[in-house]
Design a binder for this molecule. Structure first.
Ligand code: FAD
Length: 424
């Protein structure tokens, strides 16, 4: 006789930063939570460059995963002209991403969530209804056994390819940027800063990066627009060439390689009857940098707040859970809107225009503003400040965007500690 299915208040699918944060927040409020991860070990394989702001350390409640601190960046133009933006204080942290994921899942478990690895969400059994609990189907790996679980609701934190979004038919008209990153021994370079490589021939649609981990290794990678006929790996070879010219020697052989995708775009609905999407599953990713750890964790907190009340009222219908869409958009919607604007402008710039933009930014006051307002979680604020200061920069932009930034000052919403704003 098959045993009756286990019952939970919430099943969270995916033990990345967003899923483990949601599981922790719900478990500590007393709900019965199951957190499932398809891989045998939380945090592996790593699919991230691991550069985060102070806010991530605050949200995680620990600095244990920090490997190194950086104070700024050098941006290399397509013709390899440098623009250095360096602050007197720490602006970002290089972390062990696998350690972060482990610590967050462990915190969720300590709060009472049940964590199961090797549990892959397959789909739903039966219809979704506001009156009946959900029947969820999982496959245990590597055994391949199918298990059934009942839940009052589900949080889809299962990343860019979200099976939960598919199961609940939450349409996701997003762009997925293919990314390719390697880790290599790299003792040269300024350990206080990261490097960014721009150029259509190097990384169309985003940029290349070099991130020192402070221990003699560097994470080198890029993400690009998915352009037919050329893979991220092929662009990576061009980036290697660009970096070899910049460093004056060929790059060492990699010790780790990762291939992944970064979702960019606006998902119109991140909730439905008995379901919420968080993190990459909801494309809660910063459009100009592709970073999604802070945004995913912050939105997961919002998801837990809304679910906590909805569970207490036993109202898990689509209308009630739409409060989550409103909640996370009130934190981050404005920044995402501005950043999508900026990204669209960036996509229109050819290499010559990029050279001009960086040349204009070389002006001392511009760099000073970038340092003073630079905040990796809210890049549109620094962008707005420099745009307002420079007529020549404005003249490069479509009129609507220029007018928009001239009119409105961005603001950092109350989402955690403020980033220091001292200029050099
Ligand atoms: C190359 C690269 C570099 C990046 N660098 C940075 C950076 O420096 N800083 C930054 O902030 N962001 C960075 N990002 C983005 C960041 O990695 C993501 O935004 C972040 O991981 C999103 O967290 P998440 O919890 O939503 O999803 P994920 O971290 O993707 O976690 C989803 C989890 O769900 C699991 N899962 C998937 N399907 C199922 C299923 N069916 N059943 C059960 N489990 C499932 C996965 O195994 C995974 O563990 C980078 C991304 C890439 C690709």
């Amino acid at each position: 006789m098959t045993p009756p299915p286990e019952r939970y208040d919430v099943v969270v699918v995916g033990a990345g930063p967003a899923g483990s944060t949601a599981a922790h927040e719900l478990a500590r409020r007393g709900h019965r939570v199951l957190l499932t991860e398809e891989h045998p070990r939380v945090g592996f394989p790593v699919q991230c460059a691991g550069l985060v702001s102070q806010r991530v350390l605050e949200l995680a409640g620990t600095r244990e995963m920090v490997l190194h601190e950086v104070r700024g960046a050098t941006v290399w133009s397509p013709a390899l002209r440098p623009l250095q933006v360096k602050a007197p204080d720490t602006r970002a942290y290089v972390i062990s991403r696998s350690r972060l994921d482990f610590l967050l899942a462990e915190r969720a478990s300590r709060a009472g969530a049940e964590v199961r690895t090797g549990w892959k969400f397959l789909g739903l059994e039966g219809p979704v209804s506001a009156t009946l609990p959900l029947a969820l189907r999982f496959q245990t790996l590597p055994e391949g056994e199918v298990r059934r679980v009942e839940a009052r609701c589900v949080v889809g934190a299962d990343g860019v390819t979200s099976a939960v979004a598919r199961a609940f038919r939450l349409r996701r008209p997003i762009e997925i940027l293919p990314a390719y990153e390697v880790e290599m021994p790299f003792p040269d370079g300024d350990p206080d800063e990261v490097e960014i490589y721009l150029g259509r021939h190097v990384a169309p649609g985003l940029f290349g990066w070099w991130i020192p981990d402070g221990g003699g290794m560097a994470r080198v990678g890029l993400a690009v627009q998915a352009i037919r006929g050329r893979s991220a790996r092929e662009y990576f070879d061009a980036l290697r060439g660009q970096m070899a010219r910049r460093w004056g020697h060929p790059l060492p052989d990699p010790v780790e390689i990762l291939v992944a995708g970064i979702p960019v775009g606006d998902v119109p609905r991140t909730s439905g009857t008995r379901v919420l999407l968080v993190g990459d599953a909801a494309a809660q990713v910063k459009p100009v940098s592709g970073g999604g750890i802070f945004t995913g964790m912050r939105c997961a907190q919002r998801a837990a707040e809304v679910l906590h009340e909805a569970l207490a009222q036993d109202d898990l219908g689509g209308d009630r859970l739409a409060a989550y869409d409103a909640a996370w958009r009130s934190d981050l919607g404005e920044e995402f809107r501005r950043a999508h604007y900026l990204r669209r402008v960036f996509l229109r710039l050819g290499d010559e225009e990029l050279e001009r933009v960086l040349q204009i930014l070389q002006g001392t006051d511009m760099v000073r503003s970038l340092v003073a307002f630079g905040d990796i979680d809210f890049p549109s604020i620094a962008a707005g400040e420099v745009l307002r200061q420079s007529r020549s920069l404005m003249s490069l932009l479509p009129q609507a965007v220029a007018a928009y930034f001239q009119r409105d000052r961005g603001r950092v919403p109350d989402v955690g500690p403020r980033i220091s704003r001292r200029a050099t």
